[in-house]
Ligand binder design. Structure first.
Ligand code: AMP
Length: 422
């Protein structure tokens, strides 16, 4: 099957060529025909499958005919980064169509968003909070919306956005086409989908399965040795770019600073940054200024950066589904990638859940023995870090705990064999 089979307008085909797409991905093959036919869709697809183009391309085709400068399509996304990315994708795919989109999210001034809306757009890509805010200000109306897209619906739920979504939906015309995309289908999303969709076509692509082109590797490592291990891996592996996940905002920031100091090009992406700083970090990672981006899950939701060679779980994620989302950042659209996970002795249960979801065991790598200098460097970095955040009395205690963890480092293995094979 080729994109020609969809018989898109030549201006849209030009956009597909500009994006460098030659063959539709499975979600595009299965999703585009029913969307073009005007049907509602429940798309069960994780990020990295090409789902954005699966809804943007038929959307552009529909909007080519009909009035301009009216809000005819509303795309709702859970994070600013994802909204920004969808907006950019529309810009690329729709460049020749003359159709306009605006992206709306909080954390930045309203002025430019309102001005763009006033100038007239056909597509609004929005996060729920700011959209409601602008609706309240009467900066736009949703009376003329023909198509609603809810992207990453499961994350809307995770982030507590479902009441906002229901409020937004009440403001839409009853007669419309609705597309709901979600990587997972918890009961709350199933109920929401039932409320929103009319006789939907269900398009399911490898539901909840991590992307196949990724190799999954597990290191058993004590907390105190994670940074040394990370630096060793960055030195030794062929790495075009690495996305490193930590559990906390503070850790993302301090680890990125530590890596910078050690001579690596690194930045952090976490919720304590202003929107401008977040965008700078993301743009720098995208254009190669930063080889390493250290991020928290919320900040990294939905980000699409081509050619990420490694996703490194510096901290094991809280759920098996988060593992799928994190590792979906590499191996995107049939590129191969490496997912490396640093697991401590308390992570055995979560690793077992992740492996059940994965359908196989991760390859076990033996954690290298670190030189005294590497270990010392880490202790110093930790001390420096603690000096910044803790009162003096706590410092000695923390470093004592590190010593204990270090000495335990090679003694736990939560029932897994050790091997160097992949
Ligand atoms: P998405 O799942 O929409 O975030 O897309 C993941 C990545 O796949 C993005 O970098 C897209 O540009 C890329 N992509 C989407 N469709 C195709 C296609 N048909 N061929 C190659 N790459 C694609």
């Amino acid at each position: 099957m080729s994109f020609k089979d969809f018989q898109f307008h030549p201006t849209i085909n030009a956009g597909i060529v500009a994006c460098g797409y030659t063959t539709p991905t499975p979600i595009q093959m299965n999703g585009i025909p029913p969307i073009l036919a005007g049907r509602d869709i429940l798309g069960l697809a994780q990020t990295g499958t090409g789902k954005t183009a699966a809804f943007v391309l038929p959307l552009l085709q529909r909007l080519l005919d009909g009035p301009r400068k009216k809000v005819r399509a509303l795309i709702v996304a859970p994070t600013r980064e994802l909204a920004e990315q969808i907006h950019e994708n529309i810009g690329m795919m729709g460049k020749e169509t003359g159709l306009r989109s605006v992206v709306i999210y909080g954390g930045v001034g309203k002025g430019l968003q309102v001005k763009t809306l006033r100038a007239g757009v056909e597509i609004v890509v929005a996060c729920p909070g700011r959209l409601l805010d602008l609706l309240n200000d009467k900066a736009l109306s949703l009376n003329t919306v023909e198509v609603l897209v809810l992207d990453e619906a499961d994350h809307m739920f995770d982030k507590g956005f479902l009441p906002d979504i229901r409020r937004i939906i009440r403001l839409l015309p009853v007669k419309r086409q609705s597309l709901v995309f979600s990587a997972t289908m918890p009961a709350e999303i199933r109920h929401l989908a039932e409320e929103i969709l009319r006789n939907p076509a269900t398009v399911q692509i490898a539901h909840n399965q991590p992307v196949a082109a990724i190799s999954h590797v597990l290191f058993q490592v004590a907390t105190a040795q994670k940074t040394s291990l990370l630096k060793r891996i960055i030195h030794e592996q062929e790495m075009t770019s690495a996305l490193v996940f930590t559990r906390t905002k503070h850790k993302a920031k301090s680890l990125a600073m530590h890596l910078e100091k050690a001579g690596f090009s690194a930045a952090s992406l976490q919720g304590n940054l202003s929107q401008q700083k977040r965008q700078q970090a993301l743009d720098g990672f995208r254009d190669g200024t930063y080889k390493i981006l250290v991020a928290t899950d919320i900040a990294a939701r939905g980000i699409d950066v081509l050619g990420i060679s490694h996703v490194i779980n510096y901290d094991v994620p809280d759920t098996a589904e988060t593992y799928t989302h994190r590792t979906g950042r590499t191996g995107r659209a049939e590129r191969s990638g490496q997912a490396l996970t640093f697991a401590g002795q308390d992570d055995g249960k979560m690793i077992a859940l992740i492996e059940r979801n994965l359908g196989r065991k991760m390859a076990r790598e033996t954690t290298p023995v670190f030189t005294a200098a590497e270990a010392q460097e880490h202790v110093e970095a930790k001390r420096e870090n603690n000096t910044r955040r803790l009162p003096a009395v706590k410092k000695a205690g923390t470093s004592g705990r590190n010593q204990k963890e270090r000495s335990r480092a090679s003694s736990f293995d939560f029932g897994m064999r050790k091997s160097g094979q992949r």
